[in-house]
Design a protein around this ligand. Sequence first.
Ligand SMILES: [Zn+2]
Length: 262
Amino acid sequence: MAWYKAYKGKLAFWVSSLLAGEDWLDHGITMACQDEDPFFNLGFSVEENGEQVAARRGLVAEAFGVPPAAWTGVRQVHGDQVVWVEYAGGDGHVAAPVTYQEEADGLATTAPGLLLATMHADCVPILLADPVRRVVAAVHAGWKGTALAIVQRALTVMRERAGSDPRDCLAAIGPAAGSCCYQVGAELAEKFAHVLSITGLDFTPRLDLPEINRRLLLAAGLPEERVDKALFCTICGGKSFFSHRRQGSRSGRMASLIIRRS
Ligand SMILES: [Zn+2]
């Protein structure tokens, strides 16, 4: 298992070999710097012309082979809500999904053709897939969402709505702030004392959020060989990544995306 760079059309994405093996879905996390656009921001929260962001989202949808209306996002609030997404019309055509713009940090669906998206700049992107029930989910987990175990909440929603067994599920944990760089204060370190990673000579506490989320997935029942954790750090990983820690308010947002094809 590994994460690697792959092109869909002209756009570069990070993809997981674990999910790439599933022909009924497609997925990817956009790279911050594209060949033809060095600031490939997909977040409307960033100070930038909204039309430009919308145009880039259109390019991403096109790369996935779906209309711009298939893009399905939520208003991320660092909570633990995971919304179940369905077609508004229920007629099998891509329309504005009923939950669009709801406050949440995760989305899940069995509806083919909906491009589920969460936005990231250091927070952990987690893509979930159940090949048995054909369910896909996208999760945004910063330290708050991780403390609330939002990734387990997503698995619960998948089970309640579609009967997913966590033992059947696949999880791809994308690039995020790594334990090499993600320094935190003593209070926050204490909250995660069970999986704290201290490195370097300064003895400053650092959190390993991707690893904490991996352990949450294993605790929920996913077999180890069904979790693919990226090893890239968005803070020290360079121009391929947006990083709120490194770039502050100038940071753009990468999109973490998954879609059920069939
Ligand atoms: Zn780092």
